[in-house]
Write a protein that binds this ligand. Structure first.
Ligand code: EPZ
Length: 435
């Protein structure tokens, strides 16, 4: 396993280019299965989750070709309906295979995705969507068996206790585009990644209205053609670099950041004393307000609310912002695995229910810390960039799932970040890691 050694204290300056969105690309890989013709995806981020999804499609029988660092061609001329347990269990996003397999083959066998450190991750709404389209789902020995022989258009309400479901909406859409008749999806997720998926499906010949809204109507067609689609930039990566600029008191031009995707985030950053100035349609200049950082109050919500995927990073910023900040999770109430590690760096955070109460400190101190999930890893790295001394972030394979070349991009901005083998850890940290 590898670790990051981060020597804190350097203000980040320069330009960073945001990669394609992981959470747009993963359902799009699945969507290519809806046609037997080849599809080409461009601006795909070079991430372990993406390579993993490609491996799963290959296992299903699709021909998968890499076209350079950010391009893929997928030719699913003949595919199997069974997703492999040993692959699917490692990546929850593979649940997105459900919709396309049912839409194209009228049947699917998908292992139930387990939970993960950020929460339970149920799929009841996914199964509700499929059943509203006339398919029958049975769960046996940890697998979901779907009989979609009677698939047809239908109406559904996809809101759950925490609001819409992003990949649940993706599955509903991908099954409905090939279901005979009309489908109406209420309380559909309207994240930019879902909008981008709909655009890709339209490029394949799908017929739908209401794209970008909470109510989608879809007219099923008999077959879809292949397409060529460019993945949108990753708004979560963009937000992460904006916070990196602010937490190090630097100034970073984040290229590829679409201001229309950053609404709630930009609003909260303004409250926190972070200036995000649009620089053209596809770039943002991020830096601290001249008056400095201040406390912030965040509640994570489905889009267009503040994204849960930026909560941990905002928590790291709050740790060095004067005053009392409150960050409340309405999507994943336990998504605070980064907090115990931030405490090791001298942060002052307490968890009350689904909220983190953060009292800003003047300076964090570097320490060996343990990454637990993708966004927690990013939060610990941001904290390390601001801390005095060296921070060793272990298990950075979590980070590599969702951030392309994070260490290289940070180094280009002037950060002192090194990717090292675990053996480079200071002895004390190695002892702790083993205990
Ligand atoms: C997507 O996950 C993202 N992943 C997550 O990003 C993101 O945090 C999440 O949406 C919320 O924005 C991908 O797009 C690959 P949900 P998803 O279904 O679709 C509950 C990252 O860091 N729910 O929108 O799995 C669920 O428990 C990852 O990039 C049900 O109750 O999330 C949660 O509380 C992490 N029943 C809420 O809804 C269901 O059937 C939102 O979940 C489905 C979900």
């Amino acid at each position: 396993m590898e670790v990051f050694r981060i020597r804190g204290g350097s203000p980040l300056r320069g330009t960073v280019t945001v990669s394609g969105s992981k959470n747009a690309a993963l359902p799009m890989f699945a969507a290519t299965l809806l046609s037997e013709e080849p599809s080409v995806l461009e601006n795909v981020p070079d991430l372990s989750d993406v390579r993993f999804m490609a491996e799963i499609l290959q296992h299903l029988g699709a021909k998968v070709e890499r076209l350079g660092p950010t391009g893929w061609r997928i030719t699913p001329s003949s595919i199997d309906h069974r997703a492999p347990y040993d692959l699917v269990r490692k990546m929850r996003a593979s649940v997105c295979l459900l919709g396309p397999l049912v839409g194209r083959l009228r049947k699917a066998v998908i292992p139930l995705p387990g939970g993960c450190v950020i929460g339970q991750r149920p799929i009841d709404l996914h199964l509700k969507a499929i059943s509203k389209l006339g398919a029958k789902a049975t769960i046996r020995e940890g697998d979901v068996y779907i009989d979609g022989s009677t698939l047809k258009g239908g109406s559904m309400f996809l809101g759950g206790r925490q609001g819409s479901t992003v990949t649940g909406t993706a599955n509903a859409i991908m099954a409905a585009v090939l279901a005979p008749g009309s489908t109406r999806i209420e309380s559909a997720a309207c994240e930019p990644e879902i909008l981008d998926l709909c655009r890709m499906l339209q490029g394949m010949g799908a017929r739908m209205d209401g794209i970008g809204s909470h109510i989608l109507t879809i007219e099923g067609v008999d077959a879809l053609r292949g397409c060529r689609h460019q993945v949108i930039p990753d708004r979560i990566e963009a937000g992460t670099y904006c916070i990196a600029a602010a937490i190090t008191d630097g100034e970073v031009r984040v290229e590829g950041a679409r201001t229309e995707h950053l609404g709630a985030f930009a609003d909260k950053m303004e409250q926190a004393g972070v200036e995000l100035k649009a620089d053209g349609a596809d770039a943002v200049l991020a830096r601290r307000h001249p008056d400095g950082l201040c406390s912030l109050e965040i509640i994570t919500l489905p889009y267009p609310g503040f994204p849960t995927d930026l909560q941990a990073q905002a928590c790291a910023l709050a740790c060095v912002s004067p005053g009392l900040s409150i960050l409340t999770e309405r999507i994943y109430p336990n998504r605070f695995m980064h907090v115990p590690e931030l405490l090791r760096m001298g942060a002052d955070v307490s968890i009350e229910g689904s909220s983190a109460i953060v009292r800003g400190v003047s300076c964090l101190s570097g320490a060996p810390v343990m990454a637990s999930d993708l966004r927690a890893s990013a939060a610990l790295i941001l904290a390390g960039l601001a801390a005095k001394g060296d921070t060793w972030v272990q298990r950075i394979y979590h980070l590599d799932r969702g951030y392309e070349h994070f260490d290289e991009k940070l180094t280009q901005l002037g950060a002192e970040v090194e990717r090292l083998p675990e053996s480079a850890l200071p002895q004390a940290a190695q002892n702790e890691a083993v205990s």
